[in-house]
Design a protein around this ligand. Structure first.
Ligand code: DX5
Ligand code: ZN
Length: 220
């Protein structure tokens, strides 16, 4: 089965509580929170205080995607703020094992995020120390970009890599997912599906989540 993780980046920040209630109504089980520092990516978003506020109003799984340099300095802080899942970019961390361990030690699931142009071989050594891999299907920094076509093949190869090693690492995919391509990524092995503009881009967010679940389920 797969889960829908609406990305709050595309929600109205003055109505975050309402957005969370809506997506929960639609059947979302994970809230994807994009943390950007203006250095690893050319955009600045939100941080620890917002994660704390969200934790106070929901029991959904909080998934923080750290698009920041030196993520080892902050990863455990995000768990303390209430995150259940924390992912850090393989491109941003010189000491990935240590950072992944710090996330697990605080009691959360540790994830490795990987950019579209970074080869899967970069994951090899750290894979056994991660609970999930966040495969970027756009270049991180902004919502509303188009799915990079090659990501589907990369996703299949990642699934094979995990299976061949006998690991139970989950795959999360992030960027450019909507009702037209969700079936393909679910079929290729993605279990956590991030969707920002497809959920909050217009109309009722609850309905948009239901549509994604419906389209994805046809292939399960
Ligand atoms: C991009 C973020 C994504 C983004 C997804 O840097 O990591 O989570 O919000 O938005 P959509 O679904 O619109 O591509
Ligand atoms: Zn993200």
């Amino acid at each position: 089965m797969f889960e829908i993780a609406p990305s709050l980046l595309s929600a109205d920040f003055t109505q975050l509580g309402e957005a969370i209630t809506e997506v929960e109504k639609g059947g979302a089980t994970v809230l994807h929170v994009d943390v950007m520092d203006g250095r690893f990516v050319p955009n600045i978003t939100i941080g620890l205080p917002v994660v704390r506020s969200i934790r106070a109003v929901t029991n959904l799984t909080i998934d923080t995607h750290l698009m920041i340099v030196e993520p080892g300095r902050y990863a455990a802080e995000f768990v303390k703020a209430g995150a259940d899942m924390v992912s850090v970019h393989v491109e941003a961390d010189f000491h990935l094992h240590r950072t992944l361990a710090s996330i697990r030690d605080e009691g959360a699931m540790a994830g490795i995020a990987i950019n579209p142009a970074t080869p899967l071989s970069a994951l090899e050594e750290a894979l056994p120390y991660a609970d999930f891999v966040l495969l970027m299907s756009v270049n991180p920094g902004f919502g509303g970009q188009s799915f990079i076509g090659n990501s589907l093949d990369k996703l299949r190869r990642l699934k094979t890599m995990i299976d061949e090693r006998g690991l139970s690492t989950r795959i999360e995919i992030d960027g450019g997912i909507d009702s037209s391509n969700i079936a393909e990524v679910v079929e290729a092995g993605a279990e956590i599906i991030v969707a920002g503009s497809a959920v909050f881009g217009g109309g009722q967010a609850a309905d948009a989540v239901r549509t994604l679940i419906d389209r994805g389920t046809r292939w399960v």
